[in-house]
Design a protein around this ligand. Structure first.
Ligand code: HEM
Ligand SMILES: *[C@@H]1O[C@H](CO)[C@@H](O)[C@H](O)[C@H]1NC(C)=O
Ligand SMILES: *[C@@H]1O[C@H](CO)[C@@H](O)[C@H](O)[C@H]1NC(C)=O
Ligand SMILES: *[C@@H]1O[C@H](CO)[C@@H](O)[C@H](O)[C@H]1NC(C)=O
Ligand SMILES: *[C@@H]1O[C@H](CO)[C@@H](O)[C@H](O)[C@H]1NC(C)=O
Ligand SMILES: *[C@@H]1O[C@H](CO)[C@@H](O)[C@H](O)[C@H]1NC(C)=O
Ligand SMILES: *[C@@H]1O[C@H](CO)[C@@H](O)[C@H](O)[C@H]1NC(C)=O
Ligand SMILES: *[C@@H]1O[C@H](CO)[C@@H](O)[C@H](O)[C@H]1NC(C)=O
Ligand SMILES: *[C@@H]1O[C@H](CO)[C@@H](O)[C@H](O)[C@H]1NC(C)=O
Length: 355
């Protein structure tokens, strides 16, 4: 019997071999892109050679007890980079997306634990190498490892980012993160301003192959009636999960394989089972439909384009050289004396208004 050849214990090995094959293919066919000025693939090679293994090992442990944290870290990096560049600003107390601003809509429920994980990684890395690695670099590596440890592609990231001294205002944050209610026209326009092509946009949206969403991010498609582009059975089930438009419940974003970084998100879209308007419309819109299909039928193609778009995203408006600083605590800048700002210390409103 064929089944007898595959003992349960050999299945993980087979999966690993299959994964390795696709990884080798990718590294053979893709030469890493030239890094942005001031960044390099070997930035910490001599000064912190264990950097990437420290992060990878720690996250392996974190994800073993809760794989959902991988999605939280991937999204954190996205929010960092889209708002004011990959400068760790999202991590600062007072950031509209950050841990302490409770009522700004675009905190969009970033996971509180993601901030804790990044600060913990910073402590481990700084204990090993000194305070020479930025919180923004750590966030970029953590997002990459979230992808790899969820079964996605491996890739090298240009390093050498510095941490910013300021965070974005609520309005700037809102202006840079398109809402899930947006259609493809709005999403393509918004992301083209950051240099992303339609193929990049479809590939980056594949980040939604892992993680969860709150009902309020998609109940616009359930109430008062079904968005006609949504599959009827999918709709029926979502109405059970979200009995009212303001329900606080959550649901997986990729119903086929919620915790695996694969191309099933695109299969969902082809079956009209995408969660957000911004997801499903990529299949409705003629400009992006064929890209969705190509990723749904070829995971290697998706991985290649995702890696390329992620490396692009991870270098948006980076600070390098002597710009910014290396934070010794990811949630606050090293010194509040750098600028003369009134009422900084205990005044949250003052902080927000000052930047
Ligand atoms: C194209 C525009 C995008 C929109 C409109 C968007 C919107 C959203 C929304 C509304 C949520 C759910 C928030 C909630 O209700 O809890 C979410 C979750 C998520 N997004 Fe996006 N997103 C976009 C792009 C991206 C990109 C580029 C990535 C990464 C490559 C990404 C990765 C994620 C992940 C991993 C989650 C799950 C987070 C978790 O489980 O904690 N998204 N996104
Ligand atoms: C985001 O805001 C909600 C309430 O609007 C709050 O419950 C949640 O804790 C905030 N997230 C973070 C990471 O602070
Ligand atoms: C994955 O990336 C890391 C860091 O660049 C590297 O050390 C490792 O060899 C890579 N693994 C594979 C399978 O390509
Ligand atoms: C933020 O945006 C809102 C709506 O566009 C506007 O009414 C408000 O004045 C803006 N606030 C600041 C501080 O720019
Ligand atoms: C997309 O949304 C924008 C803004 O809501 C709207 O003006 C436009 O007509 C929509 N485009 C399509 C093709 O639905
Ligand atoms: C949340 O969703 C689950 C799964 O669909 C459902 O069984 C449960 O009733 C929902 N909870 C609430 C409070 O709506
Ligand atoms: C949702 O809105 C309804 C009224 O539309 C209200 O009765 C209910 O308390 C709200 N629930 C939540 C969780 O805010
Ligand atoms: C899938 O995409 C990869 C990468 O572009 C390509 O090399 C391969 O030929 C494609 N496979 C099929 C079956 O089209
Ligand atoms: C980091 O800064 C925050 C305040 O922004 C503070 O609550 C926390 O205790 C600090 N962590 C360490 C290790 O000093």
């Amino acid at each position: 019997m064929a089944m007898a050849l595959f003992k349960a214990s050999t299945i993980p090995t087979l999966i690993f071999l299959l994964l390795s094959c696709s990884l080798i293919k990718i590294s053979e066919t893709q030469t890493p892109p030239t890094p942005a000025a001031g960044l390099s693939y070997t930035f910490y090679q001599n000064t912190c050679p264990r950097l990437e293994s420290i992060i990878r090992q720690n996250l392996q442990t974190v994800f073993a007890s809760d794989i959902g944290q991988a999605a939280g870290l991937l999204r954190l990096h996205f929010h960092d980079c889209f708002v004011q560049g990959c400068d760790g600003s999202v991590l600062l107390d007072g950031s509209a997306s950050g841990p302490s601003e409770k009522d700004a809509p675009p905190n969009l429920t970033l996971r509180a634990q993601a901030f804790v994980i990044i600060e913990n990684l910073r402590r481990l890395v700084h204990n090993a190498c000194g305070s020479i690695v930025s919180c923004s670099d750590i966030t970029a590596i953590a997002a990459r490892d979230a992808v790899v440890l969820s079964g996605g592609p491996n890739y090298s990231i240009p390093l050498g980012r510095r941490d910013g001294l300021t965070f974005a205002t609520r309005n700037v944050t809102l202006a840079n993160l398109p809402p899930p209610f947006a259609n493809t026209t709005v999403i393509l326009n918004s992301l083209s301003q950051k240099g992303f092509t339609p193929t990049d946009v479809v590939a980056l949206s594949g980040g939604h192959t892992i993680g969860i969403s709150h009902c309020t991010s998609f109940t616009n498609r359930l109430y008062p009636s079904r968005d006609p582009t949504m599959d009827q059975t999918f709709f029926n089930n979502l109405r059970i999960t979200c009995p009212t438009a303001n329900s606080t419940n959550t649901t997986f974003m990729d119903i086929r394989s919620p915790n695996v970084f694969d191309n099933r998100y695109y299969v969902d879209l082809m079956n009209r089972q995408g969660l957000f308007t911004s997801d499903q419309d990529l299949y409705t819109d003629s400009r992006t439909r064929s890209i969705v299909t190509s990723f749904a039928i070829n995971q290697t193609l998706f991985y290649q384009n995702f890696v390329s778009a992620m490396i692009k995203m991870s270098q948006l408006s980076v600070l390098t050289g002597t710009q910014g600083e290396i934070r010794t605590n990811c949630s606050r800048r090293n010194s509040n004396d750098l600028f003369v700002l009134p009422n900084m210390e205990n005044d949250q409103e003052g902080k927000l208004a000052s930047f």
